[in-house]
Design a protein around this ligand. Structure first.
Ligand code: ATP
Length: 251
């Protein structure tokens, strides 16, 4: 479904990605792990067209997306969440999801649309869809609360709901468990497995919490200094001496 071939990305003198090769098969949950600064987020950013790689290419469902713009890639069916939560904090839970139905429109305009009481037909449809999504995720009762007032775990959940509003085929999750307590982390694992089935998704997941990665990923790629140093099943990765040395530690 997604293929990165020989992807190299330089920032000035820094080689953030060096000849990266990643294959993501449809319907799988694939993990992307590695030490801080290894290049994981840069992988997401090149997939989404925020940066154009210096070398190599990226294919998504048989289309070359290497030089496409972010909004074009979103329309093709790739959606993401961020390492640091990026909700519209001053908007309600519901509006945070409704906003996602609008593609390639400036936020100020979106805000104006959302506050306009005379909804056009399209808006009514978006509203219904947003409400349905919030029901599925148990956030419907909180739809009128401001996003900033939700507990941390629910803010993370809302980000995922928002990412799903565009009906993606491939979902990129950037450290979804960051800052979560053990109970929230357990719920997150179940949530990711649930959405994969319910929405027929393929998922590429960056995560430092090894219990999440090992429990839910079918295959894992390990990055170190911008290079893929290992690829395999969770069991293979746990035993790989190079991965243990670079990332997992001896303990
Ligand atoms: P973390 O686990 O800490 O989030 P990461 O594996 O996601 O790290 P990246 O954020 O992809 O790592 O960064 C890889 C390297 O590229 C780092 O050395 C980083 O400083 C550098 N880098 C990333 N984006 C830029 C940029 N826009 N300009 C300059 N350097 C960058």
């Amino acid at each position: 479904m997604l293929k990165l071939k020989g992807v190299t990305m330089n920032f000035g003198g820094i080689i953030a990605l060096n000849n990266v090769e990643i294959d993501v098969d449809e319907g799988k949950i694939i993990g992307l792990i590695g030490p801080n600064g290894a290049g994981k987020t840069t992988v997401f950013n090149v997939i989404l067209g925020l940066y154009t790689p210096n070398r190599g290419y990226i294919r998504f469902e048989n289309s070359d997306i290497t030089n496409k713009k972010t909004y074009q890639i979103a329309v093709m069916g790739i959606s993401r969440t961020f390492q640091n939560i990026r909700l519209f904090r001053e908007l309600t839970v519901l509006d945070n999801v409704r906003i996602a139905f609008h593609k390639n429109v400036k936020y100020s305009l979106l805000d104006a649309i959302l506050r306009n009481k005379k909804f056009i037909k399209e808006e009514e449809e978006y509203l219904k869809k947003a409400e349905e999504l919030l029901k599925i995720f148990g956030l419907y009762e909180k739809r009128n609360e401001l996003a900033k007032n939700l507990p941390y775990g629910e803010q993370r959940k809302l980000e995922i709901v928002r990412a799903l509003a565009t009906s993606p085929k491939l979902l990129l999750l950037d450290e979804p468990a960051a800052g979560m307590n053990p109970q929230e982390t357990q719920e997150l694992k179940n949530l990711i497995k649930f959405i994969k089935e319910k929405f027929n998704l393929t998922i590429l997941l960056i995560e430092h919490d090894m219990s999440v990665v090992m429990d839910i990923c079918e295959r894992i790629y390990v990055l170190d200094y911008g290079e893929v140093i290992a690829e395999g099943t969770p069991v293979e990765i746990k035993r790989n001496p190079r991965v243990i040395k670079a990332y997992l530690g001896e303990g």
